[in-house]
Write a new protein. Structure first.
Length: 232
């Protein structure tokens, strides 16, 4: 195993408890019964994907004509923007602690979320000791234009290039199966964070390690190329 020298973070569901799922559900009104978009369905078909791809996936799963996807995606963004402006999101403390521990140990850090809203939220998060979450990264690919969204590995490969690190030495941290698939397709190591009882989806996507808190990851072993959980 090559040493892991860089870590690439998804943002929503990994570092931030964002209102994306709630916005997708609320925006369904007028197209389908919002309650049909369960947490399980959201994680299975939407999480980690670009906005329009997510809209198409939801409508297909619910039997709604896909020609309404652009309207649905637009409505979701309007709802989400209002939620962000109202501060309806929080930071995962274990995610921030994990990120800061990695930096202290000299690993490079990148953010690579499909969401065009990730940077707006991270800019509002103040870190203990000063600074903002948005400024904690060596490279930030959030919301960048890519030809293909996750599960295509393009955004992760671009993050690895920005960090000047070989893909085999990069660890992708994701909460969605599509993100795990993208990391694997890019030749990277993968860590799944199951915050909503959805570990089975991450295991099915073949994440190398799945944890329920990033505080469970044995950071010391990363320099040796080993990805394992700490004894709890």
């Amino acid at each position: 195993m090559q040493p892991i020298s860089a870590v690439i973070f998804d943002v929503d569901g990994v570092l931030l408890d964002s209102p994306h799922e709630a916005a997708w559900r609320q925006a369904l009104a007028g197209l389908a019964e919002p309650g049909r978009l369960t947490g399980e369905l959201y994680q299975a078909v939407v999480a980690g994907k670009p906005r329009l791809d997510g809209a198409r996936a939801v409508l297909a799963a619910l039997g709604v004509p896909e020609d309404r996807a652009e309207d649905y995606a637009t409505a979701k963004q309007a709802v989400l923007s209002a939620m962000i402006a109202a501060g309806q999101f929080t930071v995962f403390d274990d995610g921030v602690a994990f990120l800061r521990d990695l930096k202290r140990r000299g690993l490079k850090i990148a953010a690579a979320s499909s969401s065009k809203n990730a940077n707006r939220m991270m800019a509002l998060i103040e870190l203990p000791g000063g600074g903002r979450l948005l400024d904690a990264f060596d490279a930030n690919l959030c919301g960048c234009e890519v030809a293909h969204g996750k599960p295509d590995p393009e955004i992760f490969r671009r993050a690895a290039d920005a960090l000047a690190t070989a893909p085999a030495q990069c660890l992708v941290v994701e909460d969605a199966g599509a993100g795990i698939a993208a990391g694997r397709a890019g030749g990277m190591r993968t860590l799944g964070i199951a915050r909503h009882g959805d570990a089975a989806l991450l295991v099915a996507a073949q994440a190398e390690l799945v944890v329920t808190s990033l505080s469970h990851v044995d950071v010391i072993c990363l320099h040796e190329g080993r990805l394992r959980a700490r004894p709890i």
